[in-house]
Design a protein around this ligand. Structure first.
Ligand code: IPM
Ligand code: MN
Length: 370
């Protein structure tokens, strides 16, 4: 890929600050790897609601579909908490995911030794944990119909529908099996098949696909409640985990806490068309505009973009190593600053500076070696 067309959706709160660093990183990599980057910006979430009265416009959806990849910051904030449900920033995000058809959401969680003081787990339990959650992102209870709040016999009732078709299960399971093939060839499928029909079907379909096409992978099935417990108790046992939209939402926040800070976790949402790359963290309005945000979740998301959209895992590795280098050098944003020996508190831009400098020197040393 010699040129990359990006749609940059900064969103709200700390979104613009972290996205700026992710874009810087991509430009730096692009400059060394001979890849030109064309970045178009559009308002999204609360910012779009303020400008156009909608959390996402048709024009923005069209731009997203026409791009190679979308880089998303974060959306929402107290300013827009009281708007009608269909205007909420979250709705804009769900619409974007759905329009792009990004059904497979990869959320890697890696316990970082550099910030082990930030993990709520004892280091000896969490050290070495390194797994990826593959969350179904375009279906399940998030999108199922019917859904409503209605009045029946003088009282209100609210309901949603958790529904998966076989083909929806197969396509996300396939991504998970393929991911497992590139790792330690183990896949855990998480459901609630002891109670829910939708989960019984999920389990059957994953089992059939395993038999048919992926018998080289070791597959096991877990109930989501007990698996949440196992993930906390023995995070090192997890490797590739595939699950539905709602269970994946919950488990991925759990995984984020284990790894030290929500600020560190990237995500890639993949389908047939452009990928959507966003940090797992929210818009953190309380620290917005103060250069306090951790840009590493966004920067690591740009590494996922290099891996999955640009298909250059070598470039992704340079970014991942550059992040690790900044942490190893003791740089810490506020969310991961525990004051341990040899660490120094930095702001959003300084963290970006350090990552960019590491990228530059890693290309520099390669160029001299070559
Ligand atoms: C996430 C978020 C979203 C979700 C919200 C903002 C709609 O929590 O990406 O995990 O629930 O999917
Ligand atoms: Mn979530």
């Amino acid at each position: 890929m010699s040129s990359l067309r990006l749609l940059v959706l900064d969103g709200d709160g700390i979104g613009p600050e972290v996205n700026a660093q992710a874009l810087r990183v991509l430009r730096e990599v692009g400059a060394h790897a001979g890849m030109s980057i064309e970045a178009e910006h559009a308002a999204f979430g609360g910012a779009s609601l303020d400008a156009y009265g909608l959390p996402v416009t048709e024009a923005t959806i069209a731009l997203a579909k026409a791009s190679d990849a979308v880089l998303l910051g974060a959306v929402g904030g107290p300013k827009w908490d009281d708007v009608a449900p269909h205007l909420r920033a979250e709705r804009g995000l769900l619409r974007l995911r759905s329009e792009l058809g990004v059904f497979a959401n990869l959320r890697p969680a890696k316990f970082s030794a550099a910030i082990e003081a930030a993990s709520p787990l004892r280091p000896e339990r969490a050290r070495g944990a390194d797994f990826v959650i593959v969350r179904e992102l375009c279906g399940g209870i998030y999108f199922g119909e019917p859904r409503a709040i209605e009045t029946v016999n003088g009282e209100r009732r609210g309901y949603n529908t958790m529904v998966y078709t076989e083909s929806e299960i197969v396509r996300v399971a396939r991504v998970a099996f393929e991911t497992a093939r590139l790792r330690s060839k183990r896949l855990t499928s998480v459901d609630k098949a002891n109670v829910l029909e939708v989960s019984r079907l999920w389990r059957e379909v994953v089992t059939d696909l395993h038999k048919r096409e992926y018998s080289d992978i070791t597959l096991d099935h877990q109930y989501v409640d007990s698996y949440a417990m196992k993930m906390v108790a023995n995070p090192r046992d997890a490797d590739v985990v595939v699950t539905g939209n709602l269970f994946g939402d919950i488990l991925s926040d759990l995984a984020a806490a284990l790894s030290g800070s929500l600020g560190m976790l990237p995500s890639a949402s993949l389908g047939e068309g452009p990928g959507l790359y966003e940090p797992v963290h929210g818009s953190a309005p309380d620290i917005a505009g103060q250069a306090k945000a951790n840009p590493l979740g966004a920067i690591l998301s740009s590494a996922l973009l290099l891996e999955h959209t640009v298909k250059r895992p070598d470039l992704a590795k340079i970014v991942n190593d550059a992040v690790q280098g900044a942490l190893d050098a003791g740089l810490r944003t506020g969310d991961i600053a525990w004051g341990d020996a040899g660490t120094r508190r930095v702001n959003t831009v300084e963290m970006g500076d350090a990552v960019v400098a590491n990228i530059r020197s890693s290309f520099g040393s390669k160029e001299t070696r070559a």
